[in-house]
Design a protein around this ligand. Structure first.
Ligand code: DGY
Length: 319
């Protein structure tokens, strides 16, 4: 008997951040590799008339133009938790389901936030450079002091799954914890701050764990940074667009903020030269979920969402 052919799907970008993710999708589906096309929209019109599902990533997203070039489209399954890069309004208008990969990456993203908090306050990356550059034991031999983490005040913007996991880790560090959200929650032990500015004025560490998109654009602006103050430490593991990067650079340059730890940037992968030249900032290339275990679990969830869609017309983790 001839083997059953694999369902065709459209894939917008490669699942390149894991050795197992793309092979897993390829084992079950036949992706039309849109990123290899010189004119993707023309290619979709030509090739994707009857294809019903898209695989994308939080990075590549999915535009209205793509959705509207696929008349049979019914589901978009994304590899990642953030969906600000997917045109959700266009998907809803056209009755297209969207799924993401929540939960499986929560712990790794929270761990990365903590890595950045400790690195930014205890000057870990700077200390590493100091040793590699041969300064230890040389003329300016004593390394500058950092700031204590344990027992400090932790403010979290966005108390969703990831914000909550960051807060739980903070309890292990005997920190006092407060948060700001659109709404106060009555199922957590931490105090609610009425405004982001009030949270920043209170906190030693302000960690950004809110969603990206138009609703949170530049929420962390010059006045929030001023409220956080010259001893404050800012960490961002959500989206670069939440912070006014120009205001952040000025605050770091002028000593109006102690330091920052950033996994995400406004125009990534471009990182402003001014930011790269500063010693009081720790920079990561958007790797909060990048562990073997988590990326594999994310790929499995994409696969299960696709399989559920092809078998039942529904996805397991809808947005
Ligand atoms: C996510 O899953 O949203 C991560 O930020 C990767 O883009």
């Amino acid at each position: 008997m001839a083997p059953a052919s694999k369902p065709r799907i459209v894939q917008i970008g490669p699942l390149s951040g894991s050795p197992v993710a793309q092979p897993l999708i390829d084992a079950h589906f036949e992706p039309f590799r849109l990123w290899e096309e010189a004119d993707p929209i023309a290619a979709l019109r030509r090739e994707a008339g009857s294809i019903t599902a898209i695989v994308t990533t939080a990075n590549y997203g999915c535009t209205r133009q793509i959705i509207e070039a696929m008349p049979a489209l019914k589901a978009i399954c994304s590899w990642g938790v953030g969906y600000d890069s997917i045109d959700i309004a266009a998907a809803r208008e056209h009755g297209v389901l969207v799924s993401n990969t929540p939960d499986v990456l929560t712990d790794c993203v929270a761990d990365t936030a903590w890595g950045l908090m400790i690195a930014a306050s205890r000057r870990i990356a700077q200390g590493d450079r100091f040793v590699r550059e041969g300064h230890w034991g040389q003329v300016h031999g004593s390394f500058p002091l950092g700031n204590r983490v344990s027992g400090k005040k932790l403010g979290i913007l966005g108390l969703g799954r990831i914000g909550e996991a960051i807060a739980r880790r903070g309890q292990g560090f005997d920190m006092e914890i407060r948060y700001h959200n659109r709404h106060a929650r009555n199922d957590v032990p931490w105090a609610y701050a009425d405004s982001l500015t009030a949270l920043a004025a209170w906190a030693d560490f302000l960690v950004i764990a809110t969603v990206g998109g138009a609703g949170t654009h530049h929420l962390v602006n010059a006045s929030v940074l001023e409220a956080l103050g010259p001893d404050g430490i800012l960490v961002n593991i959500s989206r670069g667009s939440v912070i006014d990067e120009t205001a952040l650079i000025q605050a770091l340059q002028q000593g109006k903020l102690r330091s920052a730890g950033l996994d995400v940037f406004e125009h990534e992968p471009q990182v402003p030269a001014a930011l790269r030249s500063l010693d009081n900032v720790v920079l990561l290339p958007h790797i909060a979920s990048a562990t073997h275990e988590t990326r594999a679990a994310m790929a499995e969830l994409v696969l299960h969402n696709l399989q559920a869609f092809f078998e039942t017309g529904k996805v397991l983790t809808p947005v």
